[in-house]
Design a protein around this ligand. Structure first.
Ligand SMILES: [Zn+2]
Length: 317
């Protein structure tokens, strides 16, 4: 048991270390930023008061530096675990969670990458609210809980779409515009939500998507085009027969969300629907995938964590 004095001394030295780190950072940054550069358009300074830096370290920055000191070790462990931790899914052994880093960051609302102390601090908060030990370390048990929570948010519907719920989407909305009309069927609400979502993505200039004058995706753009939508049970069986080694995770035997017409595979880069790790790692690092992770929910779409291209329409609640 540490003495009370020891704890007090530990806290005080942590704070001093934090203040020292901050002082160093500010010294390093100060000469490179002029006042006008530091003020962004979004946050103009108050008109009357002249902006003046307080002479001491602000409470907020001191807190930030304390977080860095407190979670530095967890951050270092996360950097290892993201490529090393072993787990199993879909009858296959898996390594690391780096493919799921964008989803994890969205889940814990971390602004910075998985090797940062801020990430570990945000994770620690989430662990606390989930009743886990708030270590800030993304170990196997924490990751498993994240997976089950993601899975719980998916489409609950298990009934195949009736013919009147489906209509063929426009050829130009498809990755392969030559796809037969029966392979372009989508449930009505899902299609309307998809169209809205794509217009919103196209309007985000940071994604650099090629657009038409009406704001829809140009025919030369591949990102976000639909690779696969409604699939009948017969068609799913044909796909499975054509690639018998794709495994349970890839092509469900008894039920696929694609039977409902509410699941869409959209193009997010790389090989459109290959579960190979390197392919998925490339896909989750595209700006379009990251945009979906942040924005698809407001259009009613939820991800399937294992397949970056697969999104299910559950509606907006
Ligand atoms: Zn799919």
């Amino acid at each position: 048991m540490p003495s009370g004095k020891g704890i007090l001394f530990g806290k005080a030295s942590l704070f001093l270390l934090a203040a020292f780190i901050l002082f160093q950072i500010e010294q390093a940054v100060a000469p490179t930023l002029s006042k006008s550069e530091a003020v962004s358009e979004k946050n103009p300074p108050p008109a009357e008061k002249p902006v003046e830096k307080p002479p001491e370290v602000s409470a907020e920055s001191a807190e930030k530096a304390t977080v860095i000191a407190e979670f530095a070790s967890a951050a270092a462990q996360n950097l290892q675990l993201k490529t090393n931790v072993g787990w199993a899914f879909g009858g296959k052994s898996q390594q690391g969670w780096q493919i799921y880093e964008p989803l994890i960051r969205e889940t814990i609302k971390a602004e910075t990458d998985a090797g940062s102390a801020e990430f570990a601090a945000a994770l620690s908060e989430r662990q606390k609210s989930l009743g886990l030990s708030p270590s800030g370390i993304l170990d196997e048990s924490t990751f498993r809980l994240f997976i089950s929570n993601w899975q719980l948010r998916r489409l609950k519907q298990r009934t195949p779409a009736a013919a009147e719920e489906l209509a063929a989407g426009a050829p130009t909305d498809f990755y392969d515009p030559g796809r037969a009309p029966e392979l372009r069927q989508i449930e009505h609400e899902t299609y309307a939500a998809y169209k809205k979502m794509v217009v919103a993505a196209a309007a985000d200039k940071s994604l650099n998507l090629k657009t038409n004058s009406d704001g829809t995706l140009a025919s030369g753009e591949r990102f976000l085009k639909i690779v696969s939508s409604y699939r009948s049970k017969d068609y799913q069986n044909q796909l499975r027969a054509a690639s018998p080694n794709s495994g349970r995770a890839a092509l469900a035997v008894n039920f696929s969300p694609h039977f409902t017409g509410r699941a869409l595979d959209v193009y997010v880069g790389g090989e459109p629907v290959s579960t190979e790790d390197q392919n998925r790692l490339a896909q989750v690092n595209t700006p379009v995938y990251k945009w979906l992770v942040k924005n698809a929910a407001q259009f009613g779409f939820r991800p399937y964590f294992y397949e970056p291209w697969h999104w299910e329409y559950v509606g907006v609640n």
